[in-house]
Design a protein around this ligand. Structure first.
Ligand SMILES: [Zn+2]
Length: 414
């Protein structure tokens, strides 16, 4: 029997009924509602000939043995943010369930196929995203920091994990789950406005943006707003203001999806009667190309030095956080593009602004690709998150095609 994409939409609505309320989805990881969603998911898979295991990081795996041990993984996350949408994460999992049903129906596959439901992608309770996938990928290197995290009620992360059978000290042992992984596929809502603007239901994701985050401190001189002539001022805010406008030009000149954001400026003394003495500015720059990201940062620093000179103020840079761009596998991106064209007629290749579990798997060296389905109004992490049902059905059909192409490819290379 072919796949039934409409069944996925029905199941998404069921999950929403079961684990959402009038404010949206409430499947926050390491809570009762999340555990309930996991049991519901296990029930959906119970009738299929799959081996189920939970790994040391709390990720749930269902394995359909094939003629080869080499495995194609289909992944997603059933956890949500508080008051979340009905699609983020769980669409990926439920579409993969439908694909698995089809593969089971056709008999033993050429390679092993595994569904993974990653634990705590959102990091909504403890502020640490990609918990399960970073443990499996081996990039979780902050266990001492994790140990100290507490939620709003003062409950420590290790205690919350223990209540769900997970021992933080053993989480990295989840890495052995990737030993046989030959490819990783993940469908996700776009969570942005690009596909909707292009009037396309689906796209192939090239990779996740590299990010540079900096705090820029401008220092001038506080002076009386009434007695200090304009030409005598050393106004720290003037430097921040010039840079906030300049980064638009830097992003425009760089192109290829470049984005730069000055997310905030805090001024001191911050009173109406004084010139600003210090302005602390936040800068976030993103690009899919590491070289272009580096040159955007260099351009911002060069401009900042020029503005400091013009305004006779000082400027200092401090890096808050950075991550390199993570590119998906070229062959799998091509397969994804083909699969999308086959079901939707046209495709588009686009980068992902947000990070995803797929980025962790790709960093671990597993050939990876993501497929995006259009998000209405670009909204996500809110109950207003939505995608047309016909687009969801196309997404399930396209993921199924992508899975078939990938299984054949892995079988050829096994
Ligand atoms: Zn997600």
């Amino acid at each position: 029997m072919p796949i039934q994409p409409s069944r996925t939409v029905v199941e998404l609505r069921q999950l929403q009924q079961l684990t959402g309320d009038e404010n949206g989805a409430q499947r926050v990881a390491w809570t009762e509602t999340w555990a309930q969603a996991q049991e519901w998911l296990a029930g959906k898979l119970a009738g299929l000939p799959l081996e189920a295991v939970t790994d040391e990081a709390g990720n749930r795996w269902w394995t359909l043995r094939g003629r080869s041990e080499r495995a194609v993984l289909l992944g997603g996350h059933i956890d949500s943010v508080p008051n979340g949408g009905w699609l983020d994460g769980c669409l990926n999992v439920l579409a993969a369930v439908e694909v698995l049903r089809r593969i089971v129906e056709e008999g033993e596959p050429a390679v092993t196929v595994r569904l993974v439901n990653w634990a705590d992608e959102e990091g909504a309770r403890f502020g640490r995203s990609l918990f399960g996938s970073s443990a499996a990928a081996g990039s979780m290197r902050d266990q001492e920091e994790l140990r100290k995290l507490t939620d709003r009620d003062g409950i420590a992360l290790p205690d919350a994990l223990a209540a769900h059978g997970v021992d933080l000290d053993r989480a990295l042992e989840a890495g052995k789950q990737l030993d046989t992984a030959a490819a990783y596929l993940e469908l996700h809502i776009e969570q942005g406005p690009v596909l909707e603007a292009l009037e396309l239901p689906l796209g192939a994701v090239l990779g996740t943006f590299g990010v540079e985050r900096h705090r820029i401190t401008w220092r001038g001189q506080a002076a009386h707003a009434g007695s200090t002539p304009m030409a005598e001022r050393r106004d720290a805010l003037a430097g921040a203001a010039k840079l906030a406008l300049e980064i638009r030009e830097i992003a425009r000149a760089t192109g290829d999806g470049a984005v730069c954001t000055s997310g905030g400026v805090v001024c001191r003394p911050g009173i109406v009667t004084s010139v600003v003495e210090t302005a602390e500015q936040l800068l976030d720059q993103r690009h899919l190309d590491a070289g272009k990201l580096a040159s955007m940062l260099a351009a911002a620093k060069e401009a900042a030095a020029r503005f400091a000179q013009e305004e006779r103020i000082e400027v200092a840079w401090e890096r808050i956080w950075n991550i390199e761009p993570i590119l998906f596998h070229p062959q799998l991106v091509d397969f994804c593009d083909e699969a999308v064209r086959e079901v939707a007629g046209a495709s588009h290749r686009l980068p992902s602004g947000p990070l995803h579990d797929a980025a962790e798997v790709a960093r671990a060296g597993v050939p990876t690709v993501m497929m995006f389905v259009q998000s209405l109004r670009g909204l996500s992490h809110t109950k207003l998150e939505d995608t047309r049902e016909e687009h969801l059905e196309l997404a399930v059909a396209a993921l199924d095609r992508l899975a078939s192409k990938t299984i054949a490819w892995v079988a050829d290379h096994a």
